[in-house]
Design a protein around this ligand. Structure first.
Ligand SMILES: [Fe+2]
Ligand SMILES: [Fe+2]
Length: 376
């Protein structure tokens, strides 16, 4: 810096300090922080082992009752990189993941809210989610929608504990200052439709009751998406149906629009054959993954995240990732994401990893035992 530059800087010092005191700022200094060349995020990848989560969730079963001590009995996944910024209950900047437990005979009462929610059943059967008065029974691997503003409750008529994933767009709705919540005046919303009606209506063909009107927009006319149908589709796919970045993959849709099943939360299932390694890419949307079946690893920005059945991991926005199946049987990965929102806002963009034949070099390995020391 020349003497001249220093004297200009000193000369302007009172000007910048005055601006700061009056809550103003010079764009010519800060533009690069505000309008970045590519996405910048505080979201870091993370992985939770199912064994550890399950232990804490089961303990909650001893500690409290849903509908009495708590609205819902849920243990949520807290991304440590976001807790540093005071973002409680955040998996990514837009998405939340919690694990809900219902024991036989229990009921989580009816309520509705402006957040969209998806459920993915991890363990157990005999419980249902009722959406706007329609019971949808839940089995392992099923995905159930409770779109924004729909009345929903959960009840368990079976004999074993039922665990499922709740996926909500908590961060998105919070950022947009649009959160509303209201309990229903009674424990249950009136049951108005036959059990599993919308699921059967579409998965066994495409029919409607005489004179029944179907809304061509949102929410989806289907609430329950059965795993046996998803598996059938994925298992039937041929080599030429393979996606280079996701293997054999399907997205859950709203059959009346052809768009995402939930209008704001995208949902996807992918199958990786033994030995399969996808190519790396990155995209603006973020995702939370759950391993339904199998074992393997995902490389995220050069870090290896090893997973097995039941585990969860975070995929931050704009992070390079590729998946590998290291086991001897097929891997089924369920994930939910904020892609529908990014697409609606015309912000979605993706690109393949261009180096090393599309594969990243592993620079470090995530160690869940080191990260998660304080088990019960
Ligand atoms: Fe809810
Ligand atoms: Fe991806």
């Amino acid at each position: 810096m020349s003497n001249n530059d220093v004297s200009i800087k000193n000369h302007l010092k009172p000007y910048y300090e005055g601006m700061k005191r009056n809550h103003l700022g010079p764009l010519w200094y800060d533009l690069g922080h505000m309008v970045t060349n590519e996405p910048v995020t505080d979201v870091q990848p993370y992985l939770w082992k199912w064994k550890m989560i399950r232990e804490y969730v089961l303990k909650a079963g001893e500690l409290l009752k849903p509908g009495k001590d708590a609205e819902r009995r849920v243990v949520y996944l807290q991304n440590p990189s976001l807790l540093k910024h005071g973002l409680v209950g955040y998996g990514t900047h837009t998405l939340y993941a919690g694990i809900q437990l219902l024991l036989p005979g229990e009921c989580a009462p009816s309520h509705h809210h402006s957040q969209s929610a998806i459920r993915f059943i991890i363990e157990g059967s005999g419980a249902y989610t009722a959406v706007n008065g329609e019971k949808t029974y839940m089995e392992r691997g099923d995905m159930v929608l409770t779109p924004a503003w729909t009345w929903h409750e959960h009840k368990h008529e079976g004999t074993e504990p039922v665990f499922w994933l709740d996926g909500l767009d908590v961060g998105l709705v919070r950022t947009l200052a649009a959160s509303f919540f209201e309990p229903y005046e009674e424990e249950s919303y009136p049951m108005e439709a036959p059990e599993n009606y919308s699921t059967k209506q579409f998965s066994m063909g495409a029919f409607k009751k005489l004179n029944e009107r179907k809304n061509p927009g949102y929410p989806s006319p289907i609430y329950g998406y059965k795993f046996d149908r998803v598996k059938y589709l994925l298992d039937e796919m041929k080599k030429e149906d393979q996606d280079p970045f996701d293997g054999y993959a399907i997205e859950y849709i709203n059959p009346l629009t052809g768009g995402s099943a939930d209008s704001r939360i995208g949902t996807m299932m992918q199958r990786l054959e033994p030995g399969m390694q996808t190519k790396a890419h990155r995209h603006v949307h973020s995702a939370i993954y759950h391993v339904l079946e199998g074992e393997g690893y995902t490389i995220i920005d050069g870090q290896k995240f090893e997973w097995e059945k039941g585990d969860f991991f975070i995929l931050p926005p704009w992070s390079c990732h590729e998946h590998v199946n290291t086991g001897s049987s097929d891997v089924y990965l369920f994930s939910f994401n904020d892609k529908p929102v990014m697409e609606k806002l015309e912000l979605e963009f993706s690109e393949p990893y261009g180096e090393n034949d599309g594969h990243q070099i592993i620079e470090k390995v995530f160690d869940p035992d080191h990260e998660q020391v304080d088990t019960i």
